[in-house]
Design a protein around this ligand. Structure first.
Ligand code: DMJ
Length: 468
């Protein structure tokens, strides 16, 4: 009964963000056709991965070859692609990945892996695979991988080192950014829930709290920290690349776990973010960079990763700011036809012109469409998809772009293109009610999905070691 009530409460909280005046005609043949096209194109890129990069981490679509992140591959693309292939109903392909993971994937490799990156892609992907299959052998892989990450968290602060050796557990890298420090609550919380061992969530929470407790008197963290001493290496506060998912996980992990501490930190954090980082320029809303102690702006460079924030704003009930911020990012996208990795909104200049097939602007358009019912946001996604096809589609798959002003191609398809970009496009072109994704699914920062009703909140508390 208690479980049902808590699930209902969470669903009501999520639903509260919705407006009633949906302007969409729910069944739209044009959207059906776009959704089918996204699925077909995902399969085309997936087949290219299988043909040219199978057994490796990522596809290089222009040279029809592959790239591994380390000296030994970790099979990152298929693990990242799994939850998207599953959502699109490509069951033969998901069975193939499951089989490979169970039969051939061994994490006992003498390589130093980036703790943050492999957590969101590999651990998140395996956990989503377990949620779908309930195959104990997949959970064993996830647990094994989580255990190989844990030595990184054995620092005086509890903040993980940058690298961990997957075989020896040795660590390296004492300087990390805030995203690398505090973006484990979702994956480690899920791992604790499934394995009934609180040690993972407790480690993740300690790391996030280590950032929070070192905030300035005005409630802002810096952006780069020493994991041994807890000293801030950069006292510039922002929510851009390098900080983004720390904030994202405070709110989303609260929805997953019901951990009231996270809600308290989120409420305090969002107040400081809106007070010190938000800035209006030429009628547009941006979130810039400020000194963590004085709150004074130091820099107006934003990154395309920041376009995740409208999604979190609308999810947490601030639809007005979500809309305004999405309008800013949409304006920047339309300036070039794709968005640059970094942009100075005061100088109106690009500071880093790469576009890596990133998902964030599509993610926020999908959230806004689903929560407001306003087809403006779905139409934004239609436009993003048209640009991605125009500038990034190639003979076998999709590639990144070196420079959005020249559209010079880059021979690389990041693994998150499968995990996130194609998934959010697919959702944006889906009918809002069938199924209503963002009311029923929780998404990790890498868009791995978990039905919110799968989790018993009483068991959650016990298994994660939360106060009762
Ligand atoms: C993804 O790997 C994750 O969403 C991460 O949190 C930041 N953004 C990249 C893709 O742009």
């Amino acid at each position: 009964m208690k479980k049902l009530l808590l699930s209902l409460l969470i669903l009501i909280t999520l639903g509260a963000c919705q407006t009633k005046n949906s302007t969409s005609s729910e069944a739209d043949p044009a959207m059906d056709s776009l959704r089918r096209e996204v699925a077909t194109e995902t399969m085309r890129a997936w087949q290219a991965y299988k043909q040219y990069a199978w057994g490796h981490d990522a596809l290089k679509p222009l040279s029809k070859s592959y790239e591994d992140w380390y000296s030994k591959p970790l099979y990152i693309s298929p693990i990242d692609a799994y939850s998207t292939l599953a959502m699109m109903g490509f069951n033969n392909e998901t069975r193939l990945v499951e089989q490979y993971v169970v039969d051939s994937l061994n994490f006992n490799k003498d390589i130093y892996a980036k703790v943050f990156e492999v957590n969101i892609r590999i651990l998140g992907g395996l956990l989503s695979m377990y949620e779908t299959t309930r195959d104990q052998k997949i959970l064993d892989k996830a647990r094994d991988f989580g255990d190989r990450l844990l030595p990184a968290f054995a620092t005086p602060t509890g903040i993980p080192t940058y690298w961990v050796n997957l075989s020896t557990g040795k660590t390296q890298g004492d300087t990390v950014n805030v995203a690398e420090a505090g973006s484990y609550l979702m994956e480690f919380g899920l791992l604790s829930y499934y394995t009934t061992n609180p040690k993972y969530y407790q480690a993740a929470k300690k790391a996030s709290l280590a950032i929070y407790t070192r905030r300035s008197p005005i409630g802002l963290p810096g952006s780069v920290i020493n994991v041994q001493t807890g000293e801030w290496i950069s006292t510039v506060s922002h929510l851009c690349a390098g900080v983004d998912s720390y904030y994202e996980y405070l709110y989303k992990a609260y929805l997953l776990t019901g951990d009231q501490d996270l809600m308290k930190i989120w409420i305090e954090s969002i107040g400081s973010i809106n007070q010190y980082l938000a800035e209006e320029h030429n009628g547009r809303l941006w979130y810039g960079r400020a000194d963590m102690y004085s709150g004074l702006k130091v820099n107006a460079v934003v990154t395309l990763y920041d376009a995740f924030f409208p999604a979190i704003l609308v999810l947490s009930g601030d639809t007005a700011r979500a809309i305004r911020l999405q309008q800013s990012w949409n304006w920047l996208w339309n300036k070039h036809g794709l968005e640059p990795m970094a942009y100075n909104y005061l100088a109106d200049s690009i500071t880093y012109p790469v576009y890596d097939l990133n998902p964030e602007i599509v993610e926020s358009a999908a959230y806004l469409y689903h929560f407001t019912g306003d087809t403006t946001y779905r139409n934004m996604a239609v436009n993003y998809w048209a640009s991605i096809k125009k500038f990034c589609r190639d003979e076998v798959a999709f590639h990144s772009v070196e420079n959005v002003t020249t559209m010079q191609p880059r021979d690389y398809m990041p693994t998150f293109f499968f995990a996130e970009t194609m998934k959010y496009l697919y959702i944006a072109f889906s009918e809002r009610q069938t199924p209503h994704f963002f009311n029923s699914l929780l998404f990790t920062t890498e868009a791995h999905t978990f039905p919110i009703t799968s989790f018993d909140q009483k068991l959650m508390k016990e298994r994660l070691g939360l106060e009762r």
